[in-house]
Design a protein around this ligand. Structure first.
Ligand code: PRP
Length: 179
């Protein structure tokens, strides 16, 4: 275990098993369809790559990079798009695949945006749902784990761009971010 990690929340084995279960649920839901799987850079990338390898439906892969600045107390904050999709989602079934819902700002705004662009449906798959932190009315359609209000890292999630490559989800020691 990394010395900055207080404890491991989900091991590599637990992640693999649960991600496969949830992805198969989504796969069954999209039977006969051709969804666009939208990955949100950068945190969601490892979850995304494990998730899509459990799909059997002919999914199209695409990515966005957005900034959640303004998510704090400023409810009028707008989502900043740093990299947009390559595809046109008009009339398409869209599945957003994201690492975590925290305040809900990012996914509430993304879902609204993709609906405004004319998507036939927009669903959300998340690895982690941090319900106690929710400020916006949004919940995932497919979720792997509920977590408490803790600072989690690993499996794509960072603190100051570090720890993304850890194969497990861990709780970061307070001493690291309170320095
Ligand atoms: C994280 C995460 C979500 C968002 C969730 O992204 O990947 O996109 O925050 O928080 P919210 O529900 O309060 O909006 P971050 O902005 O840290 O970028 P990253 O994915 O590049 O790490």
């Amino acid at each position: 275990m990394h010395s900055d990690v207080e404890r491991i929340l989900f091991t590599e084995k637990q992640l693999k098993k649960r991600v496969a279960e949830v992805a198969r649920e989504a796969d069954a839901f999209y039977a006969g369809k051709n969804p666009v799987c939208v990955g949100i850079l950068k945190g969601g990338i490892i979850f995304y790559s494990d998730f899509i390898r459990n799909l059997t439906v002919p999914a199209e892969l695409d990515f966005m990079s957005v900034s959640s600045y303004g998510s704090g107390a400023v409810s009028s904050g707008k989502l900043k798009i740093k990299k947009d999709l390559d595809c046109d989602v008009k009339g398409r079934d869209v599945l957003i695949i994201e690492d975590i819902i925290d305040s809900g700002f990012t996914l509430a705004n993304l879902k609204r945006l993709l609906c405004e662009r004319g998507a036939a449906s927009v669903k959300i798959a998340t690895l982690l749902n941090k319900r106690p932190a929710r400020k916006y009315d949004i919940c995932p359609d497919f979720n792997c784990f509920d977590i408490e209000n803790e600072f989690v890292i690993g499996y794509g999630l960072d603190y100051a761009e570090r720890y993304r490559s850890l194969p497990y989800i861990g709780v970061l020691k307070r001493s690291v971010y309170e320095k």
